[in-house]
Unconditional design. Structure first.
Length: 458
C-alpha cells in the first residue's frame, strides 16, 4: 500500500482535450462522478468490449458425458450444473483478522470476508514482522500490533475457507523498523536473512508474493534504494531460489492508470527491462487508490477513461504473465456516497474482470475505520464501521455470485453428452436418470481438461 496519492507520470494532455477535462472537473465541483464521466462507461464500444472480453477470457467450454457402469451412453438424463467456486481471485487485505474489539465484530468481519473473497493479502511489513531486531512476530502469541496480525494466523483461516494467500511485501522502502542499518551491503545481508526465514516458514502455504513494492517512487532513505532501482532485480534473484518455482513472485506499483500506454509508461519500461534481463517477474500488480472523495477528481484525467485503462492493461498483457489489481480504495462521499461508491465499484470491477491477462482483483480495506493513518477519512470500506454491508458490497456480491457464476440445467443427447460454456471454477453436477439422482464434481479450468465422463453408480 501507499501513504499518499502519487500523480506522477501523467499522460500529456493535448490542448484540444483540455477543455473537456476542465468541463468534467467543473461538474465534479458539485458531484464527484459527473454525467459526462458516466457517459464514457455507457459508450457501446466500451460496454461491448468489456462484455466480449468477459465471455472470451473468463469462460470456457466443457463437455459432460454420462455413461452407465459398462460405459454405455445414458441419454435423456437430467443434468444440473452449479458453479461453486471461482478460479479468478477476488480478494481483500485481511489486516485486522482477529483484532477487532468484540466477538460480534470479528464474526461479522469474517463472514463478510469469506462470502465475497477467495483471496487474502497477508501483512509482511518488516516493521510488523520484526519491530525489534530478533523479535520475530510470526507466531500466535506475539505482541499485538494493529493491522499486523502474526502471519501464522492466516494459515488455518485460509484452509478453513479455501482462500488463496498472498504475502505483502518482501521488500519496500517504507514501513521498515528503525533499527535497520543504512549501509547498503549490511542491509542486503539482512534482507537475505529475511527472505530465507519467510520462505522457509511460509512458501508451502502462501504461494503469491509481492517481492518489491512501489520501487518507482522509492526514496533515498537507504543507499540500497538507488535511483537506478538495481535492487529490484537483486531482490527477485535472491528470492526466486528460496521460494521455488511454484511460488508466484510479483512486482507491485502505485496508481498507473493515468499513465501512457506501452513504452511511454515508466512501469511498462521497467518490467520490460527486468524480463529482458532474465529476472523472474511472474506477476504484475497495479494499485488503484483514491484516499479521499476529493481525489475522485482525478477521474477527469483521460488516462482513467475506460478505453484508456483497457488499452493500458492490454499493453502489459503482452508480457504474458498474470496481472493483478492489488490494492483498491474507492471512497464514500458524504452526499449520496454509498450509491456513488457502488457505481464506481461496479464499473471498475467489470473492466478489471474483462482484462484478458487479469488473474485477481484485491480490495484494500474491507471495513470503514480499518485503514491506516489518514486513509480512514475516505470511508473506503465495502462495509461500514459496524461491518454491515454497504451498497458497494451488495454490488460485488451480485457480480461475483450471480452475474459471474454459471447455473444451468439440460438433458443429455443420444450420445449421453451435455455441453455448456461457463465461468472458470469448480462445479457440482447433479445427474438424474432412471429415477435416481447422483452428485459429482468437476473443475472447469482455463488450462484444465474440457471432457468429463461421469459414470452412474448402480
Amino acid at each position: 500500500m501507499t501513504n499518499e496519492m502519487y500523480d506522477g507520470w501523467s499522460r500529456p494532455i493535448a490542448t484540444a482535450a483540455m477543455g473537456a477535462v476542465l468541463a468534467i472537473a467543473g461538474e465534479m465541483a458539485e458531484a464527484q462522478t459527473p454525467e459526462s464521466y458516466r457517459k464514457l462507461w455507457s459508450d457501446p464500444a466500451v460496454t461491448q468490449r468489456i462484455e466480449r472480453n468477459i465471455e472470451e477470457h473468463r469462460k470456457g467450454d466443457a463437455t459432460v458425458k454420462v455413461v452407465g457402469e459398462e460405459g454405455q451412453a445414458v441419454k435423456d438424463a437430467s443434468v444440473e450444473v452449479c458453479q461453486k467456486t471461482h478460479e479468478f481471485l477476488f480478494g481483500c487485505n485481511a489486516f485486522v483478522l482477529g483484532q477487532l474489539d468484540s466477538p460480534e465484530k470479528h464474526r461479522k468481519y469474517e463472514e463478510a470476508f469469506v462470502r465475497l473473497f477467495n483471496f487474502a493479502t497477508v501483512p509482511f511489513y518488516w516493521e510488523g514482522t520484526e519491530p525489534k531486531q530478533g523479535e520475530l512476530r510470526y507466531a500466535e502469541g506475539s505482541r499485538d500490533i494493529w493491522r499486523r496480525p502474526p502471519p501464522d494466523r492466516y494459515i488455518p483461516f485460509a484452509k478453513k475457507h479455501g482462500i488463496t494467500l498472498k504475502g505483502h511485501p518482501l521488500l519496500w522502502h517504507a514501513y521498515n523498523p528503525p533499527w535497520l542499518p543504512k549501509d547498503a551491503e549490511a542491509l542486503k545481508k539482512l534482507y537475505q536473512k529475511r527472505f530465507a526465514d519467510i520462505a522457509r516458514r511460509y512458501a508451502k502455504d502462501i504461494k503469491i508474493w509481492d517481492v518489491v513494492n512501489e520501487s518507482l517512487c522509492s526514496t533515498k532513505a537507504y543507499p540500497l534504494y538507488t535511483s537506478d532501482r538495481a535492487y529490484v532485480a537483486w531482490a527477485f534473484r535472491e528470492a526466486a531460489p528460496l521460494f521455488g518455482p511454484d511460488n508466484l513472485l510479483m512486482i507491485n506499483e502505485v496508481n498507473f492508470s493515468n499513465c501512457s500506454v506501452g513504452e511511454a509508461n515508466p512501469y511498462y519500461r521497467q518490467v520490460k527491462q527486468l524480463l529482458a534481463d532474465g529476472v523472474g517477474v511472474k506477476g504484475i500488480g497495479f494499485q488503484f487508490h483514491f484516499f479521499s472523495p476529493e481525489a475522485l477528481k482525478s477521474l477527469a484525467n483521460p488516462g482513467y477513461a475506460p478505453k484508456a485503462m483497457l488499452d493500458a492493461y492490454d499493453s502489459f498483457a503482452a508480457f504474458n504473465v498474470p496481472l493483478f489489481v492489488t490494492e483498491i480504495t474507492i471512497p464514500t462521499p458524504a452526499k449520496d456516497g454509498q450509491a456513488e461508491q457502488a457505481e464506481l465499484v461496479g464499473n471498475f470491477y467489470k473492466l478489471w474482470f474483462s482484462a484478458p491477462r487479469m488473474a485477481g482483483i484485491t480490495w484494500w480495506n474491507l471495513g470503514d475505520g480499518t485503514a491506516v493513518k489518514g486513509e480512514n477519512k475516505a470511508r473506503g470500506g465495502l462495509v461500514d464501521e459496524n461491518f454491515d454491508p454497504k451498497q458497494s458490497y451488495r454490488t460485488l456480491d451480485r457480480l461475483i455470485h450471480q452475474e459471474w457464476k454459471t447455473r444451468l440445467s439440460a438433458k443429455t443427447d443420444s450420445q449421453g453428452v451435455f455441453r455448456f460454456r461457463g465461468f472458470y471454477g469448480k462445479y457440482s453436477v447433479k445427474i438424474t436418470a432412471g429415477g435416481k439422482t447422483q452428485d459429482y464434481s468437476i473443475d472447469l479450468a482455463r488450462d484444465g481438461r474440457t471432457m468429463h465422463q461421469l459414470t452412474l453408480k448402480p
